[in-house]
Structure formats: C-alpha cells, structure tokens
Design a protein around this ligand. Structure first.
Ligand code: KIV
Ligand code: ZN
Length: 386
C-alpha cells in the first residue's frame, strides 16, 4: 500500500480568504462536520484573532467536531498564539499553526525587518506555542521565493525549538514542479534535524501549478498536503483537495502513496462548499466538475458505451458522482443516440430509426444539447409518419 500522505484541509481558513467567500459560524461548522466525514486528517478552522466571530467559529469546531486535528492560524506574536490556543484547546487533538515570512522580499518590504530578527522571533514564537500545545506547525511564508540557505537555517531553528510540523508554502504560486520537488528533497538533505518534524506543503495556484507542485513535493518526501475543497483560496486559490486525493488514488501503483480520505464523499463535499461560499465550480473542473464524466463526441461516446475504460481513468462512483453522462449534441454519433433511445424505452425499426436519426441531426445543429423531451418529440414524429 505504500506510505500515507496526510491531508490538511484549509478550506475554512485560506479557502475562506477567497474574495466574497466568507462564512458564518453555522456554515463553518456544517463544512467542518462534512470534512470530518470525508476523512481529512487536519482541519484549519480559521484565523481566530481576525474577528470575534471567527474565534467563536473555531472554538465551536474544536468542541463539536471529533476526529481530525483542529488547528487555526497565528502570526508569530503572543496575542495571536494565545487566541489560537484559547480557540482550539478543547479539541481532542489540537495544533497551533504559526506563520512568519522567510523570503527577503517579505522580510524587507512587508516586515521591514532583517533575517536575524525574524529568525529569532520565529524561534521564540514556536517555544511559546510549545509551552501551550504539543503540536505546533511552523510555516515560513513565501518559502518558494526564499534563499534556500536561510530557509534551511530557519527550519533547523524552529524544529530545534519544538515545531512538530514544518510547512513549506509556495505562497505566491511561483515555483515549477521540478523546482518545488527539488526544494523539498534539499530540505530533507540539508536540514540536520528534518527527520524530527513532519514536512508539509502549501501551494498556491497563481500559475495553475498548485496541484502539480504538491504532487512533486510528496514524491520528494513531504507527507502532508495543505489543500482546499474545489481549490478555493487567496487569489487563484490553493491546491485542490479532490485533485490531490484522486491523483494519489488513481496513480497509487506508480506513486505508492495513499490518503485516509473517503473519495466517494468528494462530490457532496464539493457541492456543499460551493453552496455555502457561493463560489461555483466550473463545469470542466477536474474530478468534481459537472462535465468531468460527461461524453459528448460521437467517437468518445462509442468508445465509452463499448467499454468506459476507453475514455475514463476514474469511475464517477469513486468520487460520488453517480453515473457517467452521455450528452447528446451535434457531435454525437448513432451509437449514443440509439443507446439513449433504448434507455428511454424506444426501440424503433430500422427505417424509422434512420428517419429519427436524420431529424436528430437537424435539431442538434440548432441546439447545444438534445434533451429527453426532444427525443420524445422526434420519436412521436417518426411514428406518426410510419
Ligand atoms: O500561503 C501561505 O503562505 C499561507 C500560510 C499561512 C501557510 O497561507
Ligand atoms: Zn496560503
């Protein structure tokens, strides 16, 4: 079966940072319960210091959602860390997540500080968080654009201070899969105490590479992936949970990695998050998009009707999507047309079928999709003529 990759879901924190996606505490609780049913290992429930409402939402999740580890985000300051701890401490499994920049761009232009002071601040924050909680994650923000030597030094320092997880964020979605994979491999080689902490990754999708970068990372030894349902999150979003899970599952033989997620709940989770956030899923979205298992062209339909392995690498039921769909369109072929007629109970003699097919082609040229009621009219028409 190979090694397990842990799934850290940040839909309720980074995902909720998507413009227009904010959630109230009831909505967050409903999504958190669904994430627990889905089988994620960690739920990042929010950023408690950002508002009293978010503090209460995180606290409710910590108290009412058993199963996954519950974490929340803190900057490397005591007030944030105290607020996270107060919000998550009642969870059976709690974690404090600290973020502090590591790239020179961030250190100089955002923090207006220097490497030495930032590293000291990070170490002190981890020591303080560890005095409260056994599980502390440290995220050196913008690691993807940082000087690797300073990143290694930072990681060694925070692991030495007690960080149990080090999360490597490609905050701006800048890296290429080959670069990000090599960065994870180099961390394992260069950071003397890297075996004392779990290596996690957090990839953004600015160039459409978040999922690919996350997979490159696990191939190079990361064992936790931070991701969101439907890939929502800051700007272009985060690595999409359903893509990461289905890549590891579909390519299990080649990759030798697995997750504890129940993939048959992916579609319902995706629909819930879309409904609650108002961020609807594009039809051609991998794994959970409305067209992910729809076949429209004659060549593909003929193949799928003979054996779905011809054009499907996953089964729709494996992601909770019901059945594959054969869409009747101007590009459909006779095989699909006949198949759908038979499914609807119409078995036409050869001559009537030829006339029906002819009418179908005429109508299909005028409409994007032929519905069952159109088929009924076509069949009625040819029966009257017969
Ligand atoms: O993108 C980022 O760097 C983050 C951190 C808090 C992990 O969201
Ligand atoms: Zn992020």
């Amino acid at each position: 079966m190979g090694e397990r990759v842990y799934v850290f879901d940040t839909t309720l924190r980074d995902g909720e940072q998507s413009p227009g996606a904010s959630l109230n505490s009831d909505q967050k609780l409903e999504i958190a319960r669904q994430l627990a049913r889905l089988g994620v290992d960690v739920i990042e429930a929010g950023f408690p210091l950002s508002s009293p409402g978010d503090f209460l939402a995180v606290q409710r999740i910590a108290r009412e959602v058993p199963g996954p580890t519950i974490t929340a985000l803190a900057r490397a300051v005591r007030a944030d860390i105290d607020s996270v701890w107060a919000a998550v401490e009642d969870a059976p499994r709690a974690q404090i997540h600290i973020v502090l920049s590591v790239s020179d761009i961030h250190i100089e232009r955002k923090l207006r500080s220097n490497r030495h002071d930032v590293l000291r601040r990070g170490i002190e924050a981890v020591e303080y968080a560890r005095s409260l909680c056994d599980q502390v994650e440290y995220s050196p923000e913008d690691a993807g654009r940082a000087d690797p030597d300073y990143l290694y030094e930072t990681l060694e320092g925070v692991i030495g201070a007690g960080a149990t997880v080090v999360n490597i964020p490609d905050t701006t979605g800048y890296t290429l899969p080959s670069e990000f994979g090599a960065l994870i491999a180099s961390i394992r080689e260069q950071v003397a105490n890297s075996d004392k902490a779990l290596i996690s990754v957090h990839c953004h999708n600015d160039l459409g590479l978040a999922t690919a970068n996350s997979i490159a990372a696990v191939l190079n030894g990361a064992r936790r992936v931070e991701c969101t349902v439907n890939g929502i999150g800051e700007r272009a979003g985060n690595a999409s949970l359903e893509e990461v899970v289905m890549i590891l599952r579909t390519r299990q033989k080649s990759l030798g990695l697995w997750t504890g997620v129940d993939s048959t709940r992916l579609a319902e989770t995706s629909a819930l998050v879309a409904r609650q956030t108002g961020l609807f899923v594009q039809l051609n979205k991998a794994v959970v998009g409305g067209n992910a298992f729809a076949h429209a062209s004659g060549i593909h339909q003929d193949g799928v009707l003979k054996d779905r392995l011809t054009y499907e690498i996953m089964r729709p039921e494996d992601v909770g999507m019901g059945e594959s769909r054969i869409v009747l369109s101007p590009r459909s072929g006779r095989h699909a047309f006949q198949f759908r007629l038979a499914e609807l109970g119409y078995h036409l003699p050869e001559e009537a079928f030829a006339r029906a097919w002819d009418q179908f082609l005429r109508l299909a040229d005028q409409k994007k999709e032929i519905l069952d009621r159109d088929l009924a009219e076509i069949v009625d028409g040819v029966r009257v003529i017969a």
